[in-house]
Ligand binder design. Structure first.
Ligand SMILES: [Fe+2]
Length: 311
């Protein structure tokens, strides 16, 4: 039971330079996650059936392309493999969240992945690590957005076009970072097609992973095939300090109108800002995350688009 999930390196083409680039530049690497057997269709189907309801997300786009609202779904009595079949036919995203919290073999794998990173990058101490599985339909889109923690995307099946934009004021302003951290937006951001001229564009193939700089905006478009991907998130001292500084700047700007533009994640100014961030959350000023109560559709693998509407 104590044998590792992987007996060889999970990243198969690591070079010393990647340690310098990781977290600061777009880095694409080759991985062996598929060899664990934990992400085959059968294994993901079993995960669907084991997933606690509050960690399971199903979303679809409305048939009317002018309706930007997302639809929320339930699995009903469909098996895990039926859900994957339905997603292959439809316009559906499935999120299996926080897998390491309720499936110990995936927790073990996540620990091994980050132990391997740490062995290659001494000082890369991470916490609040997260592993999720994302299954999405042919041609599905994830719109332009940024995330608040360190992030990597690991492709298992199908191909995704990943657009990664520079981490600069032109593509995400300090004000937008604050809004995302304070959860004043739903993380959808203004996007213009010309942004793509400045993007790193990667067709992420099975067996490849990509990671990018903190807060760098990105969007994703699936090729015309079912996609199975793994997302991993992590916090480090640096990402935490950066969060505290941006969050604290946002709080101070909203309370006493104080504009201290320093966003360097080091130095004495980090500590009062971390305190301001903590107090802000304590005071309940942070806007609570949306709680989905409405359900619009149910999975139906026999229907042409994989779902039926719920009244
Ligand atoms: Fe993201």
């Amino acid at each position: 039971m104590n044998a590792p999930v992987m007996n060889q390196d999970i990243i198969s083409n690591w070079e010393q330079r990647h340690g310098r680039l990781f977290g600061h530049e777009v880095v694409k690497l080759n991985h062996r996650l598929r060899e664990t057997g934990l992400f085959s269709r059968e294994a993901v189907g079993r995960l669907v059936e084991r997933c606690p309801p509050h960690e399971f997300g199903l979303e679809a786009m409305d048939d009317n392309p002018n309706n930007p609202h997302r639809l929320y779904g339930i699995r009903g009595d469909a098996s895990g493999l039926d859900v994957i079949d339905a997603i292959e036919k439809g316009r559906i995203w499935m999120n299996i969240r926080r897998v390491m919290d309720w499936a110990p073999e995936y927790r073990k794998l996540l620990d091994e992945v980050f132990a391997e990173f740490q062995s290659r990058m001494p000082g890369f101490n991470t916490f609040k690590r997260n592993l999720g599985v994302l299954v999405s339909s042919p041609n599905a889109n994830v719109f332009y957005h940024a995330d608040i923690q360190g992030q990597s995307l690991w492709q298992i099946e199908g191909v995704k076009k990943v657009y990664l934009y520079p981490r600069s004021e032109a593509f995400i302003s300090g004000d937008q970072v604050e809004k995302i951290l304070l959860r004043e937006t739903d993380e959808s951001m203004r996007y213009e097609p010309w942004f793509d001229e400045y993007a790193d564009v990667i067709d992420l193939q099975p067996g490849e992973m990509v990671t990018w700089p903190l807060y760098a905006p990105h969007r994703v478009h699936n090729h015309d095939c079912l996609n199975i991907s793994v997302t991993m998130e992590h916090w480090s001292r640096e990402t935490w300090n950066s969060y505290a500084v941006h969050y604290g700047n946002g709080v101070l700007r909203r309370t006493i109108g104080w504009n201290n533009a320093s966003t360097a994640p080091k130095g004495l100014h980090v500590y009062p800002k971390a305190a301001a961030a903590f107090l802000w959350k304590k005071m309940g000023k942070q806007i609570a995350g949306d709680v989905v109560t409405k359900r619009d559709f149910k999975i139906d693998a026999s229907s042409p688009d994989g779902r039926v509407a719920l009244k």
